[in-house]
Design a protein around this ligand. Structure first.
Ligand code: ADP
Ligand code: ZN
Length: 224
């Protein structure tokens, strides 16, 4: 089903995990600006070299770059089947620019899902986070271990990675940025009836169920 979904929430709040769940259920592609920027850094492109110190410190990359990266995906036709956005928009100027882009493309957002997680959860979730090098399935040292130690549940891979920005100092900075820059985007969408708030403290399953219900409710309320 074609859907235009934005996922919001604090760092380590489960946006990426839930985006993947939705992608499996709806078959709609995910675009993660965080992932896009990390790939620039890894490839050591000129932009990547500029971004590396920003990501390392937990700051936000310039709005224009975030906007252009999504605009480019749309121009390439990659979002024609809908999208699940993970990490964009992250500031009010990004949200406003995105509205103009959507309008130009004749598209409308279906729902903005805000996964709410208190600060006390964030540190444990991010600091303990690791993921499968092969399939990118995410785990956590204390909260969500692999069933067999050292082996990915999903693909059987045995090589795992960590994000270099998942350290205490950087996570604190990312949280600050979230509060200052990203939280003001929530009322922007709420005032247009697009926002659905879910409690992100439960199990992956429990959060996924709330998200599915919110999507069904939004679709129903529009009489589709
Ligand atoms: P998380 O939400 O877990 O902090 P992401 O993978 O979404 O992580 O983003 C990682 C980093 O990428 C952010 O800390 C920020 O530096 C940068 N970033 C991602 N998306 C945006 C955006 N839309 N605008 C500005 N910076 C962004
Ligand atoms: Zn795997």
């Amino acid at each position: 089903m074609k859907k235009y979904i934005v996922m919001m929430g604090p760092p380590g709040g489960g946006k990426g995990t839930q985006a993947r769940r939705l992608n499996e259920r709806l078959g709609v592609p995910i675009f993660s600006t965080g992932k896009i920027f990390r790939s620039f850094v890894k490839a050591q492109t000129p932009i990547g070299k500029e971004l590396a110190p920003i990501l390392e410190k937990g700051g936000l990359v310039p709005d224009q770059l975030a906007i252009d990266s999504i605009r480019e995906k749309m121009h390439q036709g990659l979002t024609d089947a809908g999208f699940i956005l993970d990490g964009f928009p992250r500031t009010l100027p990004q949200a406003m620019a995105f509205d103009r882009i959507l309008e130009g493309a004749g598209l409308k957002l279906d729902i903005v899902i805000d996964i709410q997680v208190p600060d006390s959860y964030i540190i444990e979730r991010t600091i303990g986070r690791f993921y499968c090098h092969t399939c990118e399935a995410e785990y956590n040292e204390t909260l969500h271990k692999t069933k067999v130690m050292g082996v990915c549940d999903v693909c059987g891979g045995t090589h795992f990675d960590r994000r270099s920005d998942d350290n205490m100092e950087t996570v604190k900075k990312r949280l600050q940025e979230y509060r200052a820059q990203t939280m003001p985007v929530l009322p922007y969408y709420e005032s247009r009836g697009l926002l659905a708030t879910v409690d992100g403290t439960g199990s992956i399953e429990a959060v996924a169920r709330q998200i599915e219900e919110s999507i069904q409710l939004k679709v129903k309320s529009r009489g589709e």
